[in-house]
Design a protein around this ligand. Structure first.
Ligand code: ATP
Ligand code: MG
Length: 295
């Protein structure tokens, strides 16, 4: 993505959570932010270009077949996870990509530790995997609603359970990183007012009715508890190896271009390359060419 259009250093400074930072969403992260110098039209042009570059990198990642990229999306309802995934990944070869949406756990999943169901959904080498919600729900919805924790039938659930989960998650992501999976985590930061506006739109516009569930309004009543749980997650699990990015999400057009830019720069840093053939394999290509030409 062109630097003169989106100041990437500034974007990182505003969105990436430094390790061990005590996060206050209210004080440090404005859901309405958009760069003064960027118009909506420029952003959509940038997004189109960014998506093309993304797909070039994905092609190399797939060919190299060694590393993978896991992209996690977390957010309150109606923050725009689905739309962001759709737009940012629009140019990507479906063969090199997987998306999984995590809902409440099944009986089989409850019979295992909470990371089990995530582990089996991780992207294979060469692929980009997207988690629409993730194991972070284990320190969010499960923390806000203690009955979910009770359903897990853990032998030990003291007061330190959340610190323990943060440690386990950090260790898990460290293991993934060391073994070739880069982990990117996005929180789409929507304001309570904007969520209300989007809920009302979903209720009032018939084509959007399907997106609305009365449960969403029930969950909204726990806004404060969710914010506290999220802040604790960010303060404890933004690491050198798997940072959190808190993305301003009251303006969807900015959310999309910001996420695309971070994914693009991460892939660029991973620097995947097409595999180089060995001299023997190259000789084999020469032989095959001769055979075809003499047909
Ligand atoms: P949409 O934007 O379509 O509403 P969504 O991600 O909110 O997308 P839903 O089907 O509405 O999808 O909700 C999934 C629900 O599953 C969320 O409320 C989430 O908190 C819940 N969930 C996810 N993981 C767990 C978990 N481990 N334990 C309990 N509930 C979970
Ligand atoms: Mg929902």
């Amino acid at each position: 993505m062109r630097h003169r259009d989106l100041d990437y250093k500034d974007l990182l400074r505003r969105t990436r959570v430094p390790p061990r930072k005590k996060v206050s969403l209210k004080d440090d992260y404005d859901p309405c932010y958009v760069p003064a110098e960027l118009s909506k039209e420029e952003a959509s042009q940038l997004l189109r270009e960014g998506v093309i570059h993304l797909s070039e990198y994905q092609d190399k990642l797939y060919a190299q077949d060694s590393c993978s990229l896991l992209i996690i999306f977390q957010a309150m309802d109606a923050a725009g996870k689905d739309g962001t995934i759709k737009h940012v990944m629009s140019g990507i070869n479906p063969q090199g990509c997987s998306v999984h949406a995590f809902k409440g756990p099944s009986t089989e999943e409850l019979d295992h530790d909470y990371l089990w169901r995530a582990h089996v959904r991780l992207p294979e080498r060469g692929k980009i995997g997207i988690f629409n919600r993730s194991y972070y729900e284990e320190a969010l919805v499960v923390r806000v609603h203690p009955e979910f924790l009770a359903a897990q039938r853990l032998p030990k659930t003291g007061k330190d359970i959340w610190q323990r989960r943060f440690r386990e998650i950090n260790d898990f992501e460290r293991t993934l990183t060391d073994n070739g999976t880069r982990v990117l985590k996005f929180y789409l930061n929507v304001s309570k007012e904007e969520q209300k506006r989007r809920f009302l739109e979903r209720i009032e516009e018939p084509e959007k009715n399907w997106k609305f569930s009365v449960r969403d309004v029930e969950e909204r009543a726990y806004w404060k508890q969710y914010r506290q749980a999220y802040e604790d997650v960010f303060s404890n699990t933004s690491t050198e190896w798997a940072p959190w990015y808190i993305i301003p999400s009251d303006n969807k057009w900015f959310t999309r271009v910001a996420v695309a830019s971070i994914v693009y720069h991460t892939l660029r840093e991973m620097n995947p390359t097409y595999p180089k053939l060995s001299p023997a394999a190259l000789a084999g290509l020469g032989e095959a060419k001769k055979k075809l030409e003499s047909e």
